[in-house]
Write a protein that binds this ligand. Structure first.
Ligand SMILES: [Zn+2]
Length: 206
């Protein structure tokens, strides 16, 4: 029987690579968090498109406290993993892991400790519905976005959305942090970036 994973998705490049990577190894339940981000609708739609193309399960959405957005990145990630866990615990068939597509070592430091602590907690709690021992699966820890683009050339990156400022998935501003990271990743990977940025010449004229 195939293992099952609750996969955190935001509709960005990492999400496309994550669902692409998981699709043949796990029964995937993609989970999207709404914490009041300005681009939530576009992110959610992109996540849905990626899930459809990679033929994993439909994306489920979960509202989490908006205060998450003000946390430092590591704290934000830890909170999201815990929320994903609470979601996964309610799945009727159990699950093997929560999968995240975080890159650049954001999660390296605490993942082992987190897995050990959860393993202990689950054992004491006798929650037999938890099937595995690697509770958080984070395959891209050692990579940056450029690595992700290069290692998954077949992943549906064209469907992804990275702009932090807008909530129309057809619109990338080209200047926000998310857009700049995206541009830099394509540039470093030497892969043509077909994203229609609004600050490009000829795009959105008039
Ligand atoms: Zn942007």
């Amino acid at each position: 029987m195939m293992k099952s994973a609750v996969a955190l998705v935001s509709g960005g490049l990492n999400s496309a690579a994550l669902l692409y990577d998981l699709r043949d190894k796990y029964t995937v339940c993609p989970l999207f968090f709404n914490f009041g981000q300005a681009n939530a609708l576009a992110e959610y739609r992109s996540a849905q498109s990626i899930a459809k193309v990679t033929k994993v399960g439909a994306v489920d959405g979960m509202d989490i406290p908006h205060s998450v957005s003000g946390c430092p990145p590591k704290m934000q990630q830890a909170a999201m993993i815990v929320f994903a866990w609470s979601y996964a615990l309610l799945l009727p068939d159990g699950f093997d892991c929560v999968a995240i597509g975080a890159s650049q070592g954001l999660s390296i430091r605490y993942l082992r400790e987190f897995n050990e602590a959860m393993s202990l907690a689950m054992r004491f709690g006798s929650l037999e519905m938890i099937n595995g021992t690697e509770f958080v699966y984070s395959p891209f820890d050692h990579w940056d976005k450029c690595d992700i683009l290069m290692r998954f050339p077949e992943a549906p990156f064209g469907l992804t959305f990275s702009c932090r400022l807008h909530s129309l998935e057809s619109y990338h501003c080209g200047t926000c942090e998310g857009c700049l990271e995206r541009k830099q990743a394509f540039l470093a990977a030497e892969i043509p970036d077909r994203t229609p940025y609004a600050d490009d010449e000829g795009v959105f004229r008039g």
